[in-house]
Every structure is written in C-alpha cells, then in structure tokens.
Design a protein around this ligand. Sequence first.
Ligand SMILES: Nc1ncnc2c1ncn2[C@@H]1O[C@H](COP(=O)(O)OP(=O)(O)OP(=O)(O)O)[C@@H](O)[C@H]1O
Length: 246
Amino acid sequence: MLAHPTLDRLTAMGLVGMARAFDELAANTEADSLTHPEWLALLLDREWGFRHDRKLSARLRFAKLRHQASPEDIDYRSARGLDRALLVKLVAGDWIGAHDNLVITGPTGVGKSWLACALGHKACRDDRSVLYQRVPKLFASLALARGDGRHERFLRKLGSVQLLILDDWGLEPLDALARHDLLEILEERYGRRSTIVTSQLPVTSWHQVIADPTYADAILDRLVHNAHRLDLDGDSMRRSKGNRPA
Ligand SMILES: Nc1ncnc2c1ncn2[C@@H]1O[C@H](COP(=O)(O)OP(=O)(O)OP(=O)(O)O)[C@@H](O)[C@H]1O
C-alpha cells in the first residue's frame, strides 16, 4: 500500500472506501488522464458504496433471516397462486412506509418463509431495521427472558424494528403469557411499524390458536385488520427440490 499523508488522513477519518480508492488510483497510471472532478467523484462513489455495503451487512446480521432469499430470485412460474402485481408492490416496500402488515398463508413447504425472508432482505437493502422470529421459539425465548431480567428489553426490540417477521404462526395454541406478550408487541407496533406473519393455518382459524376470545379479538384486530394477504397453494417446494435430478 502507498505511503502518503493523504491516505493516512483518510484512514484516520474513517473514510475507508475513499482511502482504498485513493490507493488504487495512485497506483494506476491510467488514472492520470482523469480530471480532478472525475477523480473526486470516483473517491466519493467508493466511499458511498463502502458505507452502503457495511450498513447492509449490519442490517442483515441483526435481522437473522432464516433463508438467503432475495426478490430477484422469486419464482413466479411455480403454480403457487402468487399474485404477481401484489408481490411487485410488496417488493417496492411502500407498505412498510405505510405501516401495513402482511399475512402469508398456505400449506407446508410452499415457500412462505422464503418469501417473507426475500421481502425482509429487500427491506434491509432499503435501510430498514428487520427482525426475523419463528413464533414457537419466540415464545420460548420470551419465557426464558422473563426469568433473567431481559424480558422488557426483548419486548422493546420486538416492538421497535421497522419490519418484524413472525414465521410459522399457529403451530400450537398460545398460553396466557404468550397471549399477553403478543398483544404487548402488536399494540406497540400497531399503526407505527409493519409485521409479516406466515402460517399454514387460514386466518379464520387464528382465533382458536389464541384460545381466549377477548385476547383473540384484540390481537387479530391489530394484526389482520390492515394486512395485505398472500394466500399460496400448491405442492411443497421441499418435495420438488428433493425430487429434482442431481
Ligand atoms: N423462490 C424460491 N427459490 C428457491 N428455493 C425456494 C423458494 N421458495 C422456497 N424455496 C425452498 O423451499 C423450501 C420450503 O420453503 P419454506 O420454508 O419457505 O416453506 P414454508 O411454506 O414456510 O413451509 P413451512 O410452513 O413448513 O414452514 C425451502 O427449502 C426453501 O429454501
């Protein structure tokens, strides 16, 4: 690497992208033909790109998405009843800005979690905070957190992310503490932040999962009332992946 006071200063100021570009340009004789504005623009582009990538990595690390999925890889050809126009709108992300929710239902393996993660990935790229949680594990973690003083902080985190993904909702009925926690989270989020819920159960069965009519009304009112809906059908993609010849 070049030894140059400007390089030292860029590094000391945390302008890592600029420092790298400066080093490369200084070592490249073709760069001599660049005008000063072109030179500066190149340095700025690199710094911009470096910061963008670093922020995206941090967003994705925090989100802990289950699948490495991105909107560009969504398979519209599989017969899954995907509403392409709606999906294009969801990928654009305005619904997150409007604090709407999204409910994705359909049989096992049809790609609900994958789609939720693809939308989560896009939200990270749009510089939004995202957090993925599998519902059965979430309630177990909240119960644990209650015992060791982390409960309030965990609830705050779940309430404050711009996009919360609750995957695999409805696999088992909620107990009293889970009902209480879920209502707290959704009350905090309602009208302020977006939530994606994926479930094998149709929305009409969710009341029973919550297993308490008063809580069920309150929870579903906050979750489903302003939700976009993707109802998928078709065969499990796990099976078709497994059956695919090597
Ligand atoms: N568009 C896609 N491209 C590539 N692989 C996909 C796609 N959609 C789904 N898959 C794969 O299909 C499998 C099942 O997908 P996924 O876990 O999203 O299903 P699911 O509907 O959430 O199932 P379950 O209800 O059992 O949790 C996964 O291995 C996933 O990687």
